[in-house]
Design a protein around this ligand. Structure first.
Ligand code: SAM
Length: 235
């Protein structure tokens, strides 16, 4: 029986901790003349072409089972005015962004996996769901010109980035934020991206860490926390 996801928990149940990315290659992808290292997620998909469909079905199954899939969205909803502009970064099949759209926010979701974006469009029509690598995020070039009140990056997206692109992704987040906007990021320990390393990357990217938590229901971060939820601003 599927484990219930308590509201605002560390969201590991929507991930796949038993499967590690098989880092067989570091194949770059070329877009707009720039080379960026392929994301860990897409390397996993290349090694297992059924992975995206498995993930979509996992989320759909949890929804059918009545699991609480909106803990992150509730926290983000509390951070912003009504009708806010929200970027769901690494949106997958639209779990978080769809809940924020249902709360009345204007949502754009971006994900590198076309199969997950197709599922988001099918399951949650309304928000703008876009295929793209966060390391190359340039939404004005795609007609999305207004900056965001909040960028939510939930569900272990950051450890699934290609390590060489982490700084670029955080810089792109900063560029897409409104002056008073914030980034809400959550990811687990033991996934190859240490919390201190993340804090250093954020500082280098011009993002200030405003709050460090260990869950999406606002429990404080401790030295032994296994999950990080961080709120960042433009500094
Ligand atoms: C575990 S899923 C989480 C999906 C969604 N945020 C959620 O919580 O339901 C990790 C997601 O990160 C996305 N991702 C990884 N690297 C990415 C990148 N470089 N650009 C955009 N999305 C990326 C994957 O495609 C995948 O959808």
């Amino acid at each position: 029986m599927a484990r219930k996801v308590a509201a605002g928990t560390d969201d590991r149940a929507i991930d796949e901790p038993e499967v590690r990315a098989p880092c067989r290659s570091r194949v770059p992808v070329e877009e707009d003349g720039d080379m960026v290292e392929q994301s860990m997620w897409m390397r996993k998909v290349a090694a297992d072409p059924g992975h995206s469909a498995w993930y979509v079905e996992r989320i759909r199954g949890m929804a059918r089972a009545g699991d609480d899939l909106a803990g992150e969205a509730r926290m983000v909803d509390a951070m912003v005015p009504r009708g806010a502009r929200v970027l769901d970064a690494g949106c997958g099949p639209g779990r978080v962004g769809s809940a924020l759209a249902a709360a009345g926010h204007e949502v754009v979701g971006v994900d590198v996996d076309p199969e997950l974006i197709a599922a988001a469009e099918h399951d949650h029509p309304g928000p703008r769901w876009l295929v793209g690598d966060l390391a190359e995020l340039d939404l004005p070039a795609r007609g999305v010109t207004e900056p965001f009140d909040v960028i939510v990056c939930a569900g272990n997206v950051l450890p699934f980035l290609a390590p060489s692109t982490r700084g670029a992704v955080l810089r792109r987040f900063r560029e897409h934020l409104a002056p008073q906007g914030r980034v809400a990021v959550g990811f687990g320990a033991g996934r190859g991206y240490g919390f201190d390393e993340f804090f250093a990357d954020a500082a280098e990217s011009g993002l200030a860490v405003e709050l460090k938590l260990s869950t999406w229901d606002l429990r404080p971060l401790a030295a032994d926390s296994e999950f990080l939820v961080a709120l960042l601003s433009r500094g």
